[in-house]
Design a protein around this ligand. Structure first.
Ligand SMILES: *[C@@H]1O[C@H](CO)[C@@H](O)[C@H](O)[C@H]1NC(C)=O
Ligand SMILES: *[C@@H]1O[C@H](CO)[C@@H](O)[C@H](O)[C@H]1NC(C)=O
Ligand SMILES: *[C@@H]1O[C@H](CO)[C@@H](O)[C@H](O)[C@H]1NC(C)=O
Ligand SMILES: *[C@@H]1O[C@H](CO)[C@@H](O)[C@H](O)[C@H]1NC(C)=O
Ligand SMILES: *[C@@H]1O[C@H](CO)[C@@H](O)[C@H](O)[C@H]1NC(C)=O
Ligand SMILES: *[C@@H]1O[C@H](CO)[C@@H](O)[C@H](O)[C@H]1NC(C)=O
Ligand SMILES: *[C@@H]1O[C@H](CO)[C@@H](O)[C@H](O)[C@H]1NC(C)=O
Ligand SMILES: *[C@@H]1O[C@H](CO)[C@@H](O)[C@H](O)[C@H]1NC(C)=O
Ligand SMILES: *[C@@H]1O[C@H](CO)[C@@H](O)[C@H](O)[C@H]1NC(C)=O
Length: 696
């Protein structure tokens, strides 16, 4: 094989560029030759020089004749005068990892107003972007943007909330609802702290934004680690009834309206009715239904109706001389105002007014009260201690005020007052007879408390259910009976409470029932309702698994379409079981006729006895001294299944026999029985037909 002529003698001086072009040409030619085989270069080969052509460059960083490493020529930039590229740039032993001399610039820091504009525009863009193909994905992505705004420019959070509300037509009063002076600052805190890309965001989108995300299932619980001790087996022997009956008053949801305007529009369309500034859009300037002095179906309670109830209570219950052994009040003192008409002072004014009135009118026995969702500012909001810093204590003024009032009225011991201050107004009070009342702040499981959506995948982010469990364990250890009082019910149709906290509450009730917890009491719905709690998470619901009852107290307020009512229980002084329950009511439909005279006010009359109404329906009967306990109520629901006329009775009483209560027929019948058997939101949502919970 002959030696091919050198295409370029090694001595030939060429620029680097030329050299490269020449080499490429040779390579192309060589490869063409190998493929075609018919080319005249086909047999040409070139063998390059073994030494580096040192004359190619004028200077080198290393010795260009050595072969141990690659040659490092010194390169001067011909257009950047004086720039000589250093060896460190190409030295194989010291490859630089980060160029710190001239990184690309970052965009300028955006002003708060630009951040707002961009957050708003990006959320709108996501809402119309077809690549986010589910409304849940859009909602959560939007929340993630809002979260960054809330962290970077918190003052813009409420502004964004108002703008989004306006853009998406969520309300006609966006400014009044979501400004920093209403709920906007709360929402900003929550979005800044919540896991909006995870469970928290799904629930925020499920509950507040048109059900854009599906409701995720309950988070599994580890009950072994939750409870200090397993449930005793067998249970301790039940206490022997004393045969002595205590008189206990239960009333709820006064919602006194100190701004009630007699003669204002009672059939309004623009806000709370029976107020000077609200009217009916169908008849501007003309009042259709003037608000009677004693109250109206769409309105909260005027002082005149409140006082008439408090006068009627001792007279009708026969406690004028004796007072009650004790009373329970299951929350909501304050009227249903829009957020921007409320204030701290309005809340503390109402608390002061009503607790003082209760003390003056109800006699000597103590009153055990619980905080309602309207007894806060903003209403329904209560922040968890885990938020830390100033955010953790932003509602402490209310807990302190309530605890101080309860102490001032002589209702709570100093130890109970200390608990209320430390636990969001929740407390345990132990009476001289050992009986205990545990009062909860149920805003901490209420769906409308935004703060609950921070780490909602855990069932007790406030610590309130830990407090409850520890108190119940103490009571079990001491062999004491307990009543639990709270405002927002834990179950019924599941539309008010949150799934995770009430799923845990249900397990706590199971663990300490029936030997510790004798009864549970709620309010909130304004209607006469009931919850039965069963063993084993309600997997079998029958008369032997029914363990405890939650009595849901109808309201004093007629709001909305309801009569006013209150109740007295007769309670065994040793077992604290309820032996009889008597309910009174006043027909709000009759109030308009009372105007124009001052001789008579509202008539309050006996509505029903629970035992007399439902007892006869139980197959085999119910003994005269057998308590109205969970077994009794479960048997009543079986009778309801057998004969729906009993559901009709229940439905009438649910609205305190209001003329406005609609009939319950068709699916309403099984739905109502199902709600009665649902003590947690998870059970109600799993088992019941929705849509028949209220008679309003
Ligand atoms: C390059 O810079 C980044 C940012 O400072 C740093 O995390 C990384 O460790 C650096 N790499 C080296 C090799 O120094
Ligand atoms: C969204 O698109 C993804 C990917 O194409 C698909 O897997 C998913 O089912 C879609 N979701 C909806 C709600 O259409
Ligand atoms: C909101 O309502 C206005 C007026 O009715 C309408 O023009 C607009 O398209 C609505 N916006 C959205 C996002 O639905
Ligand atoms: C539940 O908690 C107990 C006690 O802390 C622990 O031993 C157990 O592993 C936990 N179970 C689960 C399923 O996490
Ligand atoms: C209330 O007002 C509506 C119109 O907004 C009217 O249809 C209705 O009949 C009125 N009801 C009463 C009781 O006046
Ligand atoms: C209730 O159900 C449990 C569990 O299935 C069963 O053991 C018990 O006998 C039932 N009781 C009644 C009264 O049906
Ligand atoms: C309810 O009372 C009846 C009659 O005294 C009793 O047999 C039953 O065990 C009680 N149920 C509960 C859950 O305590
Ligand atoms: C259902 O109860 C009502 C009221 O007690 C009674 O009049 C009616 O006969 C009962 N119906 C049946 C099918 O038992
Ligand atoms: C209780 O039952 C409900 C409804 O089936 C379910 O969603 C929930 O996870 C159950 N809770 C426990 C602790 O098993």
């Amino acid at each position: 094989m002959g030696r091919a002529p050198a295409l370029f003698p090694s001595t030939m001086r060429m620029s680097g560029q030329l050299l490269l072009q020449a080499s490429l040409t040779a390579w192309a030619a060589a490869s063409a030759a190998t493929t075609s085989g018919a080319n005249s270069f086909a047999t040409s080969v070139y063998t390059a020089a073994g030494r580096f052509p040192t004359t190619l460059f004028t200077k080198y960083y290393n010795n260009p004749t050595q072969t141990a490493s690659q040659v490092q020529p010194v390169i001067e930039d011909p257009v950047e005068t004086g720039l000589v590229y250093p060896l460190s740039l190409t030295d194989p032993l010291t490859v630089p990892k980060n160029d710190t001399t001239d990184p690309h610039p970052l965009p300028p820091t955006a002003s708060a107003s630009l951040l707002l504009e961009q957050a708003f525009n990006q959320i709108i863009a996501i809402s119309t972007n077809a690549n986010f193909n589910s409304s849940c994905a859009k909602c959560q992505a939007g929340l993630e943007i809002a979260k960054f705004l809330a962290l970077a420019a918190p003052a813009q959070g409420p502004v964004l909330a108002v703008r989004l509300c306006e853009h998406f037509n969520f309300s006609s009063t966006c400014g009044n609802q979501y400004s920093g002076l209403a709920l906007g600052s709360v929402i900003t805190q929550v979005v800044a702290n919540a896991n909006v890309g995870g469970y928290d965001g799904q629930l925020l989108c499920n509950n507040f934004i048109d059900s854009l995300c599906p409701l995720p299932p309950a988070t599994p619980l580890n009950l072994t680690s939750w409870f200090a001790k397993p449930k005793p087996n067998p249970l301790p022997a039940p206490k022997t009834p004393s045969g002595e009956r205590l008189k206990v008053l239960h009333f709820s949801d006064v919602h006194v309206d100190p701004r009630y305007s007699t003669g204002a529009e009672a059939n309004c369309t623009t806000g709370p009715c029976c107020r000077y500034d609200n009217f009916n859009a169908a008849s501007p300037g003309v009042i259709m239904a003037p608000a009677p002095r004693f109250g109206a179906y769409p309105c909260d309670t005027p002082l005149a109706l409140t006082v008439s109830a408090l006068e009627a209570i001792p007279a009708l219950t026969g406690t004028e001389k004796t007072g009650f052994d004790f009373s329970i009040y299951t929350g909501d003192l304050v009227s249903h105002d829009p957020d921007n008409q409320l204030s701290r002072d309005y809340v503390t004014y109402t608390e002061t007014l009503l607790y003082d009135l209760f003390k003056k009118t109800l006699g000597s026995g103590p009153l055990y009260a619980t905080l309602g969702n309207h007894d806060s500012y903003n209403q329904a909001q209560d922040a968890h201690h885990a938020l830390g810093g100033g955010l953790a204590t932003q509602f402490q003024w209310n807990y302190d005020h309530l605890a101080s009032l309860w102490e001032h009225e002589g209702w709570l011991s100093s130890s109970a007052v200390a608990l209320a201050r430390a636990h969001y107004s929740a407390y345990m009070v132990q009476r001289h007879d050992g009986f205990r009342v545990i009062s909860l702040n149920t805003d901490l499981w209420y769906k409308t408390n935004y703060f609950n959506y921070i780490n909602l995948d855990t069932p007790d982010n406030s610590g309130m259910l830990r407090f409850l469990t520890d108190e119940l364990q103490d009571a079990e250890d001491a062999g004491d009976r307990v009543w639990i009082i709270g405002h927002v019910l834990s179950g019924w149709d599941g539309s008010n409470p949150l799934v995770n906290p009430t799923d845990l509450f249900y397990q706590i009730v199971d663990r300490y029932s029936p030997h510790v917890i004798a009864n549970i009491f709620f309010g909130h719905t304004h209607e006469d309702q009931l919850s039965i709690f069963y063993a084993n998470n309600g997997t079998t619901m029958n008369s032997s698994t029914a363990q405890t009852v939650g009595w849901i107290m109808p309201s004093i307020t007629p709001n909305t379409n309801l009569n006013a009512g209150f109740r007295m229980y007769e309670v065994d002084s040793a077992t604290f079981e309820i032996l009889d329950a008597y309910t009174w009511h006043s027909d709000v439909n009759s109030f308009a006729a009372l105007d124009g005279q001052v001789e008579v006010g509202p008539t309050w009359e006996f509505e029903y006895s629970t035992r007399d109404t439902y007892g006869p329906s139980i197959a085999g009967g119910w003994g005269a001294n057998d308590p109205l306990n969970a077994t009794f109520w479960h048997l009543v629901t079986e009778a309801m299944e057998a004969n729906s006329s009993l559901v009709t009775t229940f439905n009438t009483l649910q609205g305190k026999s209001s003329v406005r209560t609609p009939a319950c027929t068709g699916n309403c019948v099984p739905a109502k029985i199902c709600y009665i058997r649902s003590g947690s939101a998870a059970i109600a949502k799993q088992n019941c037909i929705p849509g028949f919970a209220s008679v309003q």
